[in-house]
Design a protein. Structure first.
Length: 366
């Protein structure tokens, strides 16, 4: 009887431990605002797989790509209320909630401080950016845990029907621009800029509603098919030389995850920053070569007067928000302190790399 009792107790303990293990599993659906063909879907799926592995399968993210029923507007409110567990979008999409989202998601013209996507990540990880990003959600009144995941820049100036030699040529076009500060800066220099979703751009080009457009970069632009309508492509742009996408998890749901698994998710998120840069560099290079070799796309240098005009317009907008919003100024001041010590070094260090790369690219054209 004693042996039978011991065996019974043993199996009861095993069943109990198994039930705890099952109960400890957390499954979270992530609603994206991008489709299944997007680079963002590829990278977010990799992030989800890394979290699964790091937590031994205890935290499972299910990535839900955008479909015809997905509504971007209202997504953040649904996550805040717990109606949706998690979401994924471009940070700057929420600029109507708070202008400081632009400094995290799309600091136009490098925030006027000479930042690029690499130096921005340095600020975010080591210059105080992450702590301010965590504060952003309370400033917005949102019960949300945000995780920065995917830097997507630098973005191209975009596509044009004919070559542009100067800003006067640019102003002859109706141009799809990003929302928020980037688009406003174009309006401020008298560009006929309009905003629309990425899936609407090709149709607008085909029916003549617009005759120039930007979206992202070679891989994303080619997926949308802009090369079918326009053949003149300009890579150097300032409106989103930095642009980021992030993950939003309901705050109560986040708190229900164990500290150990929270840390694993944060480690996977930090790793995703470099994974995204590396993946996009490789895929954008292949996509650009395909566009120029197989689709008749001509690559041009952006007119020099663009940089002066757009930088000035961006600086004026930053000044306006610094004067009107205390938290925006707090974030901007942090970036400025970082830039004053870091950008001079990084700009000098990168200049030689740019020259080496340009020399090699030129040799391929011979």
């Amino acid at each position: 009887m004693k042996l039978k009792n011991l065996i019974s107790v043993f199996f009861m303990v095993i069943v109990f431990l198994f039930s705890i293990d099952v109960k400890a599993q957390t499954k979270i659906k992530i609603q994206m605002v991008m489709g299944k063909k997007s680079p963002e879907y590829v990278m977010l799926t990799q992030f989800a797989e890394n979290v699964f592995d790091l937590t031994g399968g205890k935290v499972q993210f299910e990535v839900i790509p955008k479909d015809s029923k997905t509504e971007t507007k209202g997504l953040l409110e649904k996550i805040n209320k717990g109606e949706v567990g998690a979401g994924f979008a471009w940070t700057h999409y929420w600029s109507s909630y708070h202008p400081a989202t632009m400094l995290f998601g799309s600091p136009t013209a490098g925030a006027g401080l000479g930042l690029d996507n690499i130096s921005w990540i340095s600020w975010f990880l080591y210059g105080g950016g992450r702590q301010l990003y965590d504060q952003l959600w309370s400033e917005m009144g949102m019960n949300i845990k945000g995780l920065m995941l995917q830097p997507a820049g630098p973005e191209a100036l975009g596509w044009f029907k004919e070559p542009i030699e100067n800003m006067d040529d640019f102003r002859d076009y109706t141009y799809r621009a990003p929302p928020g500060i980037p688009g406003q800066a174009y309006l401020d220099i008298d560009v006929d800029a309009v905003t629309m979703g990425g899936s609407d751009i090709l149709q607008a080009l085909e029916d003549g509603t617009i005759d120039a457009a930007e979206w992202c970069c070679p891989i994303s632009d080619s997926i949308f098919g802009f090369q079918k309508v326009l053949k003149h492509y300009y890579l150097q742009g300032l409106h989103q030389n930095i642009v980021n996408t992030d993950l939003y998890i309901n705050g109560d749901l986040w708190k229900s995850i164990s500290p150990q698994h929270q840390k694993a998710i944060e480690i996977a998120a930090d790793a995703a920053l470099m994974h995204s840069i590396a993946w996009r560099m490789y895929e954008n290079g292949k996509a650009l070569k395909d566009l120029t070799d197989n689709h008749g796309v001509k690559l041009h240098d952006t007119p020099s007067d663009y940089f002066k005009e757009y930088m000035e317009a961006s600086a004026n907008l930053y000044k306006k928000f610094n004067e009107s919003n205390a938290f925006f100024k707090k974030v901007f001041d942090s970036m400025e302190v970082f830039a004053q010590s870091t950008v001079p070094f990084w700009a000098q260090a990168q200049s030689s790399n740019a020259k080496i790369g340009a020399a090699y690219a030129s040799s391929l054209e011979k």
